[in-house]
Unconditional design. Structure first.
Length: 172
């Protein structure tokens, strides 16, 4: 992100605007509500409960740990759940669904962590969706990435040390 680490609690409404991210993505929370997302690529993760997604092709239901990519305007509806959406206005990904997440990732990552690429970016610089599993007690080496990273903590807790300070991380 342009200003370093930004921590937010996933609640209903806009969490980060496109002006904050280099790639122009918006981060949107949907909690016990309905939210209409505009055209572009919408990547949605069900954090808790149940989520109903509707686009021009029909209705799809997600449960905790499931995800979707809808390359058009859509409606996200949660009545007993929590979802997070990444809206990328200038890309057109492939419509896809997956999950629920496995307990660990499929690829080796630094310091004993594992990672799985769930949704590939539709073009260079566009958002993707990864599952990063950090085992309890892990002290991951400080590192940076050349592009924006938007993440959601599905379970567990920890902290993130940055040059700007230490930030507590928790589910949601």
């Amino acid at each position: 992100m342009s200003n370093g680490f930004v921590g937010v609690t996933i609640t209903n409404g806009d969490l980060l605007s496109g002006a904050v991210t280099h790639c122009g993505a918006r981060l949107i929370g949907v909690q016990n509500a309905a939210k209409q997302l505009p055209s572009g690529t919408n990547t949605i993760m069900c954090i808790a409960g149940d989520v109903r997604l509707t686009d021009r092709h029909g209705l799809v239901c997600l449960s905790q740990g499931m995800y979707a990519l809808l390359p058009s305007e859509c409606t996200i509806e949660t009545t007993n759940g929590l979802a997070v959406a990444i809206h990328f206005p200038t890309a057109h990904g492939f419509r896809q669904f997956g999950g629920p997440l496995e307990s660990v990732g499929r690829l080796t990552y630094i310091d004993g962590c594992t990672d799985t690429l769930l949704v590939c970016p539709p073009r260079l610089g566009a958002p993707c969706l990864n599952h990063l599993h950090i085992p309890a007690g892990t002290d991951q080496s400080f590192h940076t990435h050349p592009s924006d990273r938007l993440g959601a903590i599905l379970s567990g807790n920890g902290w993130c040390d940055t040059p700007s300070g230490t930030f507590e991380l928790a589910a949601g």
